[in-house]
Design a protein around this ligand. Sequence first.
Ligand code: UDP
Ligand code: MG
Length: 324
Amino acid sequence: MRGSSLSIVVPVYNESDNLRHFHAAICEEMAKLDYDWELIFVNDGSTDNSKEILLELEQQDSHVQPIFLAKNSGHQLALTCGLDHADGDAVITMDGDMQHPPALIPTLLDYWNQGYDIVQTIREATEDASWLKKLTSAGYYKLLNIISEVPVQPGGSDFRLMDHQAVVAFRHYREHARFIRGIIGSMGFNQIQVHFTAPPRFAGVSKFSPKKMLRLAVDGVFTCSTFPLRIGLYAGVASMFASFLLILHVLYETFVQEATVAGWPSIMACILFFGGMQLLVLGLIGEYLGRTYEETKRRPLYLIERGKPRDQNNRSAISKEERL
Ligand code: UDP
Ligand code: MG
């Protein structure tokens, strides 16, 4: 065995109807295995009674180590917080709604014991996903892979196992707007993929509103690529080339054909074209400028209301500069 301790990190946002069932399923799975383990629930500012249920589970089971964030910071930052506080020789991140099947944990551990540092799961299909979600997801990953500097696996989920060393490396990535799948893909290490079919949620509805989904998709594009910044350059070069051809045409009409150049339509077309292009480029520059501004503020990624109670050893601690 590569190590004897495992941390399971689970972001939680309004999952009160799932928590007890999920906890029982994890206990059942871990009982079959010979590991010291901790179950870190990161309560991401839930507004239902998830907090009370987590406090109850903490009383009942010493494996349960909840962390309560002061507000809803989003799935990606809740996951990051959990990874920052996970002590295990291996760390598994997974959702708390049973869509990431606990029954897959032994498989992930097997690969880890074979020497893989990152065991990444790939969602084959989500049984209850709408055709629109499947279509937009497939199209999105195609686009992302064309423009991204690092490959991003379609269907890649945030259900993965990471060796402690990979987790320590991950803790050095401190940007706010983050697409963890993209970061992990760029990290290297000895990675392997495992395919699974995601069952429907055990209870409740998806906590990813269309707005949050769009935010994550946009973060994926802007954090994995600087291609959008170059669109302006390409468009500028193309339009300069087009206008050069237009000038040749006008000169030909004026001096060879001696026809009067038709006036306002071509002028209007040029004004509109260049006006639109300038706005597009300004918008792109604004997007990056805004992001630079956000990052230079260097605000904490999350605020902990109440930390992990049994933080006995210092393994998960990172220096103050790294955390900020
Ligand atoms: N989640 C979170 N913060 C959020 C949204 C979601 O911690 O702002 C958690 C949620 O409780 C679940 C996981 O992230 O454990 C995945 O969310 P969900 O199942 O709603 O996403 P989907 O499976 O629909 O993509
Ligand atoms: Mg889900």
